[in-house]
Design a protein around this ligand. Structure first.
Ligand code: ATP
Ligand code: MG
Length: 236
């Protein structure tokens, strides 16, 4: 039996409805049996996320709850080295999945930068890529933007669902016009984020005062040692 395993990676700071829409579009179009939502570990030399890895993982758990086949994966959080997508794909292969069984799900904005990813171009042989449109980033533009990759791009449904070599699927879908940056800005301005994140995620953010207690621009790593005052302000 052919297995079709989706992997949706991101910093998820926080996870939002756009991310969920991307996963759902890929799952429905490519008939994925699993969608692993993999929270990234950000290397120390890069700007750190605003919420801790623990909170970001907790939020992905709320986002996958009740979704058939979806799983929150801590794969990249269990290692303390930078998480590169190519390492993650290798780890899935070590678990017994063939490259043609894996579908790395990514928005069209992020995929446009694929040339700068570690292990490009060999990374394209480690999994299929399922590139989903994002408002302002239609997948139609990708063959033109990435002409060298045009020959690998296919539109589902395609016979290539059972291809012998990994390919790049281009998927047009309506996804929420929202970003993590916009959500953090709203929270810092004490504006509502209802409808922009799954309800469980909204509740977690509110319950812990995530993003609102920190002035914009201040990162979790800049926070002082936990103190009673810090805890009161939801920094734990
Ligand atoms: P930030 O504002 O911090 O960059 P983001 O909302 O863009 O956050 P990321 O963690 O950067 O989210 O993105 C993770 C993945 O989800 C990327 O592949 C990105 O292209 C995709 N993605 C995020 N939001 C959307 C959206 N609204 N529609 C389609 N794809 C999206
Ligand atoms: Mg982004």
């Amino acid at each position: 039996m052919t297995r079709r395993i989706g992997i949706l990676g991101g910093t998820f700071d926080p996870i939002h409805c756009g991310h969920v829409d991307v996963g759902l579009a890929a799952q429905a179009t490519l008939e994925l049996q699993r969608v692993f939502v993999v929270t990234s570990n950000v290397p120390p030399h890069r700007p750190q996320p605003f919420a801790s890895a623990y909170h970001r993982f907790a939020m992905t758990s709320f986002a996958v709850a009740g979704r058939e086949g979806w799983r929150a994966s801590d794969l990249e959080l269990r290692v303390h080295t930078p998480s590169y997508t190519s390492d993650t794909l290798h780890r899935f292969q070590e678990r017994g999945y063939a490259a043609t069984e894996l579908y790395f799900v990514v928005g069209a904005d992020a995929f446009t930068d694929i040339g700068s990813w570690r292990d490009y171009p060999s990374i394209l042989d480690l999994a299929n890529f399922a590139v989903v449109s994002r408002p302002g980033y239609p997948v139609d533009e990708l063959p033109h933007r990435l002409p060298r990759l045009e020959s690998r791009m296919v539109r589902p449904p395609a016979d290539s669902l059972t291809a012998l070599e990994p390919v790049i699927f281009l998927i047009d879908a309506e996804t929420a016009d929202v970003s993590s940056t916009a959500i953090r800005r709203k929270l810092a301005a004490r504006e509502s984020i209802a409808g922009l994140v799954p309800p469980g995620v909204q509740q977690h953010i509110e319950q812990h005062g995530l993003y609102s207690a920190m002035p914009p621009g201040r990162r979790a790593s800049d926070a002082p040692e936990p103190s009673a005052a810090g805890r009161l302000h939801g920094q734990d």
